[in-house]
Write a protein that binds this ligand. Sequence first.
Ligand code: SAH
Length: 454
Amino acid sequence: MDYFPLFCRLQGRRCLLVGAGDVAERKARLLLAAGADLWVGAPDFSPAFRHWAQQQAVTLLHGPFEPHWLTGCWLVVAATSDNAVNQQVADAAEKQQIFCNLVDAPQQASAIMPSVIDRSPLMVAVSSGGRAPVLARLLREKLEAMLPQHLGKLAQRAGALRDRVKTQFASPSGRRHFWERFFSSERLAQTLANGDEDRAAQITETLLSADPAVRGEVALVGAGPGDAGLLTLKGLQLIQQADVIVYDRLVSDAILNLVRRDAERIFVGKQAGYHCVPQEAINQVLCEQALRGKRVVRLKGGDPFIFGRGGEELEALAQQQIPFSVVPGITAASGCAAYSGIPLTHRNHAQSVRLVTGHLQKTGSLAWQTLAAERQTLVFYMGLTQAAEIQQQLITHGMRRDMPVALVENGTTPRQRVVSGTLGELEALADQVASPALMIIGSVVALRETLRWF
Ligand code: SAH
C-alpha cells in the first residue's frame, strides 16, 4: 500500500491553496464542499476566487508564495502552473510536517486527492496512486452510474436508526439481517428517490416489525429488447442484488451475463404458440420465492407493462400481499425502430403510433377500421403467424397496398435483421423472418432509406 486512505474532517480547519487559476479553482470547490477554512495564496486571482472572497468563503493572500503562509494549516495544496513554485510549497510543507498535495506531480506529494463519488454521508474514493488518473476517473464514472443518488439519504436514515435497531435486535446476526433487508429494499429505495419521506418512514417501520419469514419482495424489471446497453441503471442495480432471477426466452444472454453470479436463475420460457410454463405457474414461482424471503427479480423482455403480462403477475403478488415494484424497460418498438432507422412518429408522416398485439384470439377482435386510418404508425408485436390476416384486414379496411412495412427480427441484438417491402407483400415477408420479430407499418418506414447508418 503506497498511500494510506484516510477521510479527514476539514470543517473549520485552515487549509492553504497556492495558486488561483482553473486547476486551483477545482481544488477550491472540493475543499469548500468539505467546509475547510480556505486560504488562497497567489499573485493574481481568477474571478471565481474574487467572488468567493467577497462572500467571505475564502481568505486571499496576495503575492508570491511565502513559507509563513503555512502556519496553522492542516493541509496544503500546491496548484500553480509553475512546477518550481509547487515544489517550493511541497518542500516548505514537508519541513513543517504538513500534508501537501501537488497537482502536477501527485507521486511526489505527501497526500493525494482521490476521485470521489459523493453520496454523503456515504463516500467512495478511488485512487490510482497518481499513476493512472484517467483510469481512476473512468472507474469513478462507472461507480457514479452504479450507485443510485438516494444512497446518501439511505445512509442518513440508517444513522438515525442505529440505536433503535440495537435495542430491537439483540443478536448481531439479527441486526445484520435487518440491515441487509433495509439496504436492499427496492421499495424503500424508490420512495427515497421520490423524496417521499412519510412513505419511507412507513416502510422502515414495516421492515423493523415484519416477521422474518415474510420479507421477500419482487421487482418486475424490463430488460429491454436485447442489447444489454439498453438496460436501465436501476434494472442493472436490481439484477446485481437479486437472490433469484425469474426470466424467459426474450431476455438476452448479454443481459443474463450481468446477473449476480450466485443468484438462482429460474427459466420460465415462453414462446408464441406454446407456453412452456403457464402464466399461473409463473405467478406461483414468484409468490413462492418471495414468501421464502428472497429478493426476486422477474426479468422480462422489453417493458413489463407492454404485452408482458406484468399486470397479471402483480395482481397475483398483491393478492398475497407481497411487496413489489416495477422498473420500466425499453420496449421492442422503441428499440427496433431506433436500431433500424425508422422514426415511429414524424411531423410529415405520422401523428400517432399504435402498439398492437398480433396474437389474435379470433378475427375481428381488433378495430381494423381505426387501425387502417391515415397518418399513423402501427407496430405489431407477436404478429408473425397472423401476417396474412393483418395484411388482408388492413387492405379490406382501406389501407393502400403499397404502404411501406418493415419486419425487424432480433432487434437491437448483433443478429438483428430487417426485411422491408409493402403491405401487399406482408405475408410473404413474414415467411422470411423468425420470432421474435416486430412489424412496423406506415409511411415512416420509407424514411429508413435515408436515416439508416452504414
Ligand atoms: N414486453 C415486451 C413484449 C413482449 S411480447 C416489450 O415491451 O418489448 C413478445 C413480442 O415482442 C415478440 O413476439 C416480438 O414481436 C416482440 N419483440 C420482443 N423483443 C424483440 C426483439 N428483440 N426484436 C423484435 N421483436 C421483439
